[in-house]
Structure formats: structure tokens, C-alpha cells
Design a protein around this ligand. Structure first.
Ligand code: F6R
Length: 230
């Protein structure tokens, strides 16, 4: 179930933190990883995990939302993880949602990722349309128009659908595929069909997550509901 999935995912990430204290974690937002972060915080509190040298890069950020906005992914990461563990804020990175120049925002983020030597472990959720990050098949960090399905799915966090930003800066598939390890967490019946399509169907740009079939070190941790279409 969701609790098992979250605990196992946190253990997997925690093992990396123990083995490589200055690892680069690629992090995701959304509902699914919240339990994973709760378990990581618990592991920090009981002394298992030390984040003091851990570095992080997040998958994406809404274009137009400042850090103080409660719906920004920056805010989410602070609320769910960063402010509860001893990670150095200077070691945490997200695309700059307040940079109006998309090209500049994306180039700068690519530089940040490159300067860290790439991602050791990339945590992913799975979008209802198979997106990872907010990706189509672009290469590096880029600006995307969010699909109607994603705007609809994410409106639950905002007061109204009109407040949901229409664009985001997202890490590209090439960056995700270069991560040494990719860990995906998927929960719920509403993800069952797209999970099946992603990993038991053809590799196609229509289902961006399907590219992960080619990743040499991919781990999926899902609950029974999400696996129910297999
Ligand atoms: C999050 C992200 C998205 C989500 C996906 C699933 O940073 O980029 O790809 O992982 O939309 O979201 P949830 O977990 O809310 O169903």
C-alpha cells in the first residue's frame, strides 16, 4: 500500500545517502512522494540519515511562481523536506520560476546540473498522461506548456483552475536518462492504466515515461492499486 511504497522508497534513497554522503538527489514534487519525504525526515530524526553534504536538484518549477507562493515547488520542497532535515539550503536547487526569459532560466538550470556532475538518483512520480517531470521528449531543461490533463490534475492544490500556471520549467528526458539510478513511486488506481502503458507497452513519445524501459538502473516501487492493471 501507499505506506509500504513510501517506506521502501525512503529506504532506497537513505541507503544511497549512507553510502555516498555527498550524493546528488534528483527530487520530485506532487502527492506521491510526500510519504517518501516523511520517512526520510523520520530517518533523519532518529539519526540514520545525515543530509549535511547531500546535494539536490528538483525536476521542475512552475513558470511565474515566486518561492513564497505556497503552490511553488520551492515551497513544497521546504515544507515537506528541506526545513525538516540538515540539508544546506545552498545545496538545494530548483529552476527559477521567477525568471521570465525561458531560455535563460533553462540554460542556467542545465549549468547547475552539469556543475554537480549529474544526478546519482532521480526520484520520479508518474503523470496521468505518462509525463515524468513535465516532459515531452525534449533533451535538456526546457519550458513546457502544461497539458489540459495536467492542469486539471493539479488544480486540487489551487483555489481555482484559473490560478494554475500554464507553463513550467522542467528537467529534460536526456537529463533524467543520464541519472545513474531512477526511482519511480506510483500510487493509486487512477495510475494503473498509464503504469501498464508506460512499462508494458511500446516506447513512444506519446507516453514519455516509456523511455524508462531503456534505463539501465530503473526501480519502480508501486502500490497494489497502481499495479492492478497488470
Ligand atoms: C513533480 C512532477 C510530476 C509529478 C506527476 C505525478 O515534480 O514533475 O511529473 O511527478 O505529475 O504527480 P502526483 O504524484 O501528484 O500524482
Amino acid at each position: 500500500d501507499y505506506r509500504d511504497m513510501s517506506r521502501k522508497a525512503a529506504n532506497y534513497i537513505g541507503a544511497l545517502i549512507i553510502n555516498k554522503p555527498d550524493c546528488v538527489l534528483g527530487l520530485a514534487t506532487g502527492s506521491t512522494p510526500i510519504g517518501t519525504y516523511k520517512n526520510l525526515v523520520a530517518g533523519y530524526e532518529n539519526g540514520d540519515y545525515d543530509f549535511s553534504n547531500v546535494r539536490s536538484v528538483n525536476l521542475d518549477e512552475y513558470k511565474g511562481l515566486p518561492k513564497e507562493n505556497e503552490q511553488s515547488y520551492y515551497y513544497f520542497m521546504h515544507d515537506n523536506l528541506f526545513s525538516h532535515v540538515n540539508i544546506d539550503p545552498a545545496n538545494t536547487h530548483l529552476p527559477d520560476g521567477t525568471e521570465p526569459d525561458s531560455q535563460k532560466a533553462c540554460e542556467e538550470y542545465n549549468k547547475v546540473i552539469a556543475s554537480m556532475g549529474g544526478v546519482d538518483l532521480q526520484l520520479l512520480g508518474l503523470g496521468h498522461d505518462g509525463h515524468i517531470g513535465f516532459n515531452e521528449f525534449d533533451k535538456e531543461t526546457h519550458c513546457v506548456d502544461l497539458t489540459e490533463m495536467t492542469i486539471e490534475a493539479n488544480k486540487r492544490f489551487f483555489n481555482s483552475i484559473d490560478e494554475v500556471p500554464r507553463q513550467a520549467y522542467t528537467m529534460g528526458i536526456a537529463t533524467i536518462m543520464r541519472a545513474k539510478c531512477v526511482l519511480m513511486v506510483v500510487s493509486g488506481k487512477d495510475k494503473a492504466e498509464i503504469l501498464k502503458k508506460s512499462f508494458f507497452g511500446p516506447i513512444t513519445p506519446q507516453v514519455p515515461a516509456s523511455i524508462l524501459q531503456l534505463h539501465p538502473n530503473f526501480v519502480l516501487i508501486a502500490d497494489e492499486d497502481a499495479l492492478s492493471a497488470l
